[in-house]
Design a protein around this ligand. Structure first.
Ligand SMILES: Nc1nc2c(ncn2[C@@H]2O[C@H](COP(=O)(O)OP(=O)(O)OP(=O)(O)O)[C@@H](O)[C@H]2O)c(=O)[nH]1
Length: 292
């Protein structure tokens, strides 16, 4: 897997965050509810110290609700961490953040000074949409492409909250290796970084294992294919995505699999569970120990 996807501005962002994080009263990290582990910024646990952390599980409308419910206690095991699942489609859910922020900072007197809150999140996670709803006016640019937010800005929210917005190109989690694929499936990492068909193959393998009935129903398959590649072939046949000499056009299948996942057409799907991540981390540690 290609590893050099950190552009220079990410190093700058890291420096900036390191500088201003200690001045914050609270941190809001916007996670993708479909990949709460992979979408975490590893800098946050490393740098936050005792600052309370609110983890927003955004895009919950696209995630498997049972899995999201399992993630909440797992993520809250860390000291000073609370979680809230939400979707931008429900304004009242977004505004509940303000109540939680209040609960998490009981000792701060807002008559005396503004509550300084830093908000961060990987590209395309829905940070700008969230900020605009919280502010009640369009401030942050939104878009379907990663890294629309470029420069840092400060936004005044009701209740004397000062929100420090950070650029969306933060450190993506690269290990275990599967994290990169999951980030790519959700669209957080541009597809050009990893091979497009490889990303879809990773998705196809996972769907077969975790959501076989959903896949079978969506693509009208009589039988469950043996593996991801067989699933891609079967979709090509069903949809008549055939190239030269009647070969399956895997690029087109990849497009369908990724688009239908991202739009929610495939149903509410989570790409990782706490149990999976624990296993992957154990495997990763073993590999690291074995490799001198
Ligand atoms: N389904 C769904 N889509 C959402 C939700 N929140 C945001 N989106 C969509 O996700 C895409 C990215 O949203 P943005 O708010 O621009 O994301 P961002 O994190 O600010 O992105 P950067 O500017 O790259 O940092 C947009 O197409 C939003 O409409 C949500 O709760 N559910």
């Amino acid at each position: 897997m290609a590893i050099n996807w950190f552009p220079g501005h990410m190093h700058k962002a890291r420096k900036e965050i390191k500088k201003i994080m200690p001045q914050m009263d609270l941190i809001i990290e916007v996670l993708d509810a479909r990949i709460p582990f992979s979408s975490e910024n590893p800098l946050v646990p490393a740098l936050r110290g005792h600052t309370p952390l609110l983890r927003v599980l955004n895009k919950r409308d696209l995630a498997d609700p049972d899995v999201t419910a399992r993630w909440q206690p797992w993520l809250e095991q860390e000291r000073g961490v609370r979680t809230i699942p939400l979707t931008h489609k429900k304004r009242n859910e977004v505004l509940d953040i303000l109540d939680l922020v209040r609960e998490m900072t009981p000792d701060h007197d807002r008559q005396k000074s503004a509550l300084r809150v830093m908000i961060l999140g990987i590209p395309n996670v829905g940070k700008s949409t969230l900020i605009n709803t919280l502010a009640g006016r369009p401030i942050a640019k939104t878009g379907n492409e990663p890294a629309v937010t470029k420069a840092q800005q400060t936004i005044k929210l009701p209740d004397n909250i000062l929100l420090y917005d950070t650029p969306g190109f933060l450190w993506p989690k690269l290990s275990p290796e599967a994290c990169g694929y999951r980030l790519a499936i959700t669209g957080a990492i541009r597809s050009a970084v990893l091979d497009f068909e490889d990303i879809a193959l990773f998705e196809a393998d996972y769907l077969l294992e975790a959501y076989p009935e959903q896949v079978q129903a969506r693509y009208g398959l009589d039988e469950l294919p043996a593996d991801g590649l067989a699933l891609m072939d079967a979709i090509a046949l069903k949809r008549r995505f055939l190239g030269r000499r009647g070969r399956p056009d895997l690029h087109k299948v990849a497009e369908v699999l990724l688009n239908e996942f991202r739009s929610g057409t495939l149903g509410r799907i989570s790409l990782e569970t706490p149990e999976m991540i624990e296993q992957e981390m154990r495997d990763h540690e073993e590999q690291t120990v074995q490799t001198p």
